[in-house]
Ligand binder design. Structure first.
Ligand SMILES: C[S@@+](CC[C@H](N)C(=O)[O-])C[C@H]1O[C@@H](n2cnc3c(N)ncnc32)[C@H](O)[C@@H]1O
Length: 248
């Protein structure tokens, strides 16, 4: 095992992982999330995967390594690391996922491709997260499909993840909002809540029992929320114009 001593000097929530020799493109995920994605994908080796939100290509490098085919959606390709050009099994789709996803899912369905994994990490607004979920929930899986939703610890994203009525969809068999817990006040993001993975499992067969939506870190989420900048903004945000007036 080779350890670069430089990495030991400035640790943060995402590094060192000690797996950078395999996955060297920087990604916007915590150490726990990087390990989670790497382990899940190397174990399950999906036939077809979709990524919403590529950015530099951090998560995409793992998807490309372990999935046979990847569709990578991003509204812009400006930040994409040039090493992503070497991924021969990736098709890049540039544009808004709200527009691209319905067309892509139809194409996958028509071609009889076996979609087994989706990462949602694109538009982080409540509406954006909800719309991505809604589009995916209209898809009928041919094989077991795992969906990972990044930033479930962020209040806006989490709200979007909770808006959909999962019980109304018989193909949904499991929902856990705190599959991987998130972070608080990390890497200089003052009082902010980010990170965490929710997961949804869809199966081809219908569910027979009512679905329970799990939130195994609900208490930790709530305690943190009341200390966070999100709570202050959501509760006292209406006072901002008054504050600005006095500041002048
Ligand atoms: C947090 S980054 C993704 C990070 C990446 N998954 C990783 O782990 O390294 C979010 C990305 O989503 C993209 N994005 C934002 N809104 C989008 C939208 N409506 N449709 C598609 N992509 C979007 C941004 O351009 C950005 O590159």
């Amino acid at each position: 095992m080779y350890i670069s001593k430089e990495l030991l000097e400035t640790p943060d929530s995402g590094s060192p992982t000690f797996i950078k020799s395999q996955f060297s493109i920087p990604w916007s995920m915590s150490r726990a999330e990087q390990y989670c994605m790497t382990q899940l994908l190397s174990h399950n080796k999906p036939s077809v995967a979709i990524e919403i939100g590529t950015y530099k290509g951090g998560s995409l490098q793992v998807l490309s390594r372990y999935a046979s085919k990847v569709y990578a959606i991003d509204i812009s390709s400006d930040s994409r690391d040039s090493r992503c050009d070497n991924f021969n099994n990736v098709e890049y789709l540039i544009g808004d996922s709200k527009v691209i996803l319905p067309e892509l899912l139809k194409k996958i369905e028509d071609n009889g491709e076996e979609l087994e994994f989706i990462l949602i990490d694109g538009d982080h607004s409540t509406k954006g997260v909800y719309q991505d979920i809604l589009n995916i929930m209209n898809y009928t899986p041919k094989k077991a499909l795992q969906i990972l939703l990044h930033d479930s610890f962020n209040p806006n994203c989490r709200k979007g993840m909770k808006l959909y009525d999962y019980n109304s969809n018989k193909k949904v068999h499991f929902v856990e909002l705190d599959f991987i817990p998130g972070m608080y006040n990390h890497d200089g993001l003052y009082r902010q809540m980010w990170g965490g993975f929710s997961t949804i499992i869809m199966l081809p067969e219908d569910r027979e029992k009512p679905l329970k939506i799990f939130e195994n870190q609900k208490k930790s989420y709530e305690v943190t929320y009341f200390k966070s900048i999100h709570f202050l903004k959501n509760t006292f945000g209406f006072l901002k114009p008054v504050y600005k007036l006095f500041k002048k």
